[in-house]
Design a binder for this molecule. Structure first.
Ligand SMILES: [Zn+2]
Length: 70
């Protein structure tokens, strides 16, 4: 999941822009998301390419914690 590096929580992050890429009319596995922390106003972007390369810039960080499914 994605956290604010200042607040060390994902609680106040919201996606302000999300972009999904298309190729020949089909969604490919490549996304770009811009996050904003409503608590400290930090911003950051998260991008993942179609070969699962993740690039994070700004005041956000990706934690290795994964959502649990019962
Ligand atoms: Zn924050």
């Amino acid at each position: 999941m994605i956290e604010c590096t200042n607040c060390e929580t994902a609680q106040f992050l919201q996606i302000v822009r999300s972009r999904v890429y298309f190729e020949d009319g089909e969604v490919i596995n490549e996304i770009s998301e811009r996050y904003e922390c409503t608590l400290c106003n930090a911003t950051g972007t998260y991008a993942r390419s179609d070969d699962n390369d993740v690039e994070v810039t700004g005041d956000i960080t990706v934690t290795t914690e994964r959502p649990k499914y019962a």
